[in-house]
Design a protein around this ligand. Structure first.
Ligand SMILES: [Fe+2]
Ligand SMILES: [Fe+2]
Length: 270
């Protein structure tokens, strides 16, 4: 199998204009610096996947901004719905190439490279459960059907399905039916290459029951997530992050990369 290399990014949190600041970070500037960093890479990734929170609060203008920023990008880019997104706006402003749409309403689709299938899952629930996510029955059925096809499957979702050893994160930020999702994957673990997620704003790897889960830092603001922590703590140290993922026949390599995101140092102490 020819290696498949992709960039995993998440949580760009763009606002309604270029001047939007969140937690003392200009998120437009940070995403601009990411795109510059992509141009300096000594290789061309097969694609870039963004695992959600494209905007900071479903800002329509934020999707327009992203669309204009990536219009000259030669690399296919795929978007997942975060809790600060709406699938409708993603579908309207960020059309994706060569995908098989699996749900008319939700942002759930598949794309493929050779025998490897890539599936995005739309975990955004009703506003009442935010910032938790949920996988509805329609998508559970889609996932079961996709697994039956027998291909190797890599999944992209905004929310972590399983706990993260942090009181605040585990009580507020997980998929409400993550255990059911995890058990389904475990039953097909020979087919599952990994589950890539965002929401956590921090590079994270968890290996549970034979399933690899990998979270990525944000291009703009990071979370600090210690085990005892009861409230979110934000951090910007002037860097944004993305992961370089290489899929080979018997191996997955995940390398964190950083880039100067043009921001001042800001660490919330409590
Ligand atoms: Fe986020
Ligand atoms: Fe999120």
């Amino acid at each position: 199998m020819k290696p498949i290399r992709f960039l995993h990014i998440s949580d760009t949190h763009l606002g309604p204009d270029k001047y939007f600041i969140q937690h003392k970070v200009n998120t437009y500037e940070a995403f601009s610096q990411f795109l510059k960093a992509v141009k300096t890479l000594p290789f061309t990734p097969d694609f870039i996947v963004h695992t959600g929170d494209i905007t900071a609060d479903c800002y329509e203008e934020g999707y327009r901004l992203v669309a204009s920023m990536i219009q000259d990008l030669k690399i296919p880019m795929y978007f997942v719905t975060g809790n600060h997104d709406t699938s409708k706006l993603i579908k309207s402003y960020l059309p994706m190439r060569h995908i098989q749409v699996l749900s008319e309403k939700l942002n759930c689709y598949r794309f493929s490279f050779g025998d490897n299938h890539f599936l995005t899952v739309d975990g955004r629930g009703h506003d009442e459960i935010d910032p938790h996510g949920v996988i509805n029955t329609e998508q559970m059925d889609i996932l079961k059907k996709e697994l039956k096809a027998g291909k190797m499957l890599t999944l992209f979702i905004h929310f972590s399905p399983i706990p993260y050893d942090s009181t605040w994160f585990d009580q507020n930020m997980l998929l409400t039916n993550g255990q059911e999702f995890h058990e389904l994957l475990v039953a097909h673990k020979r087919q599952i290459r990994g589950v890539f997620f965002g929401h956590i704003h921090r590079s994270t790897q968890i290996f549970q029951d034979g399933i690899l889960y990998s979270g990525v830092g944000s291009t703009s603001i990071q979370f600090i997530v210690h085990p005892w922590q009861k409230m979110p703590i934000f951090e910007s140290i002037g860097y944004g992050y993305f992961n370089i993922v290489t899929l080979e026949k018997n191996r997955i390599t995940i390398k964190e990369s950083s880039f100067g995101n043009g921001q001042e140092i800001f660490i919330q102490t409590k």
